[in-house]
Write a protein that binds this ligand. Structure first.
Ligand SMILES: NC(=O)c1ccc[n+]([C@@H]2O[C@H](COP(=O)([O-])OP(=O)(O)OC[C@H]3O[C@@H](n4cnc5c(N)ncnc54)[C@H](O)[C@@H]3O)[C@@H](O)[C@H]2O)c1
Length: 250
């Protein structure tokens, strides 16, 4: 069954590339209006134009999600263009593959700031919009490393993404009565620009034990995002969905 997001508006952070770009494309194909938000305004604009050359159903917004003023400004622009926001995908994230001995407190805090504070700011600014509209769907992109710990996955990254699962559970309880669903996805290793900075042997090591013989692609995560943003998941909130080819089966 094909999902249909006609008349829905989806905001995707980190939409310029990787999982965010694939998610934006999938929403567009499913007839949503899509707002791609990214720190890299130029790449984001290019991506939006590739998805929808007419610009009427996919548009780019440059903002740093760690800056509440920039986020508010982008959300105001999205509302001026599309009129509403039904879906928020907190996808933007960073990681630094550095052992703890070499990591500074500033490094640690910069990862927390994007992966955790940034997602919180997005929710803080968009939740009042969803409340006014009578509901919405929020999907937070965590990681398998937050669930299991992973060789080579830095503590700051895993910690920030575990925090995102906590935010997901807490906001699901707080916002459920307002018709706002909050869920997380914990992807296993996915082939994107982000994981290209990981040594090949380490990427292969991450996949040892996977039971489905296929590397994870951005589209695999995008499909799960669409499910959790659709009416097909209307009795699901507060969960973390594992999308990992059977690498981790709790
Ligand atoms: N790739 C994987 O294997 C994998 C696995 C599990 C989870 N994830 C998570 O999925 C998400 C997307 O991963 P990806 O591999 O597509 O990453 P990516 O690096 O390819 O893309 C991330 C995007 O986020 C944007 N971004 C970074 N900081 C930002 C900020 N402060 N404000 C706005 N935008 C910002 C970047 O410009 C970039 O376009 C991340 O949160 C990542 O932690 C990825």
């Amino acid at each position: 069954m094909k999902l249909d997001f006609s008349n829905k508006v989806a905001v995707i952070t980190g939409g310029a590339r990787g999982i965010g770009a694939a998610t934006a494309e999938a929403f567009y194909q499913a007839k949503a209006k899509v707002a791609l938000l990214d720190l890299n305004g130029e790449a984001c604009q290019e991506r939006a134009t590739t998805i929808d050359p007419s610009g009427s159903n996919a548009a780019a917004y440059q903002a740093d999600i760690t800056d509440e003023r920039q986020v508010q400004n982008a959300v105001d622009q999205i509302l001026a263009v599309f009129g509403r926001i039904d879906i928020l995908v907190n996808n933007a994230g960073i990681l630094h593959h550095v052992p703890i001995e070499e990591k500074t407190i500033d490094d640690f805090e910069s990862v927390l700031k994007v992966n955790l504070t940034g997602a919180f700011i997005m929710c803080k600014v968009i939740v009042p919009v969803m409340k006014k509209q009578g509901g919405g769907k929020i999907v937070n992109i965590s990681t398998l490393g937050a669930r299991t710990g992973r060789p080579g996955v830095a503590a700051d990254y895993a910690g920030s993404k575990a925090g995102l699962i906590g935010i997901t559970r807490s906001l699901a309880k707080e916002l459920g009565p307002s018709g706002i669903y909050v869920n997380a996805i914990a992807p296993g290793p996915i082939l994107t620009e982000l994981t290209k900075q990981v040594p090949k042997e380490l990427f292969a090591k991450w996949n040892v034990g996977r039971v489905i013989d296929k590397d994870g692609l951005p589209e695999d995560v995008a499909n799960a995002v669409l499910f959790l943003s659709s009416e097909m998941s209307d009795w699901i909130t507060g969960i973390t969905l594992d999308v990992n080819g059977g690498l981790f089966i709790p």
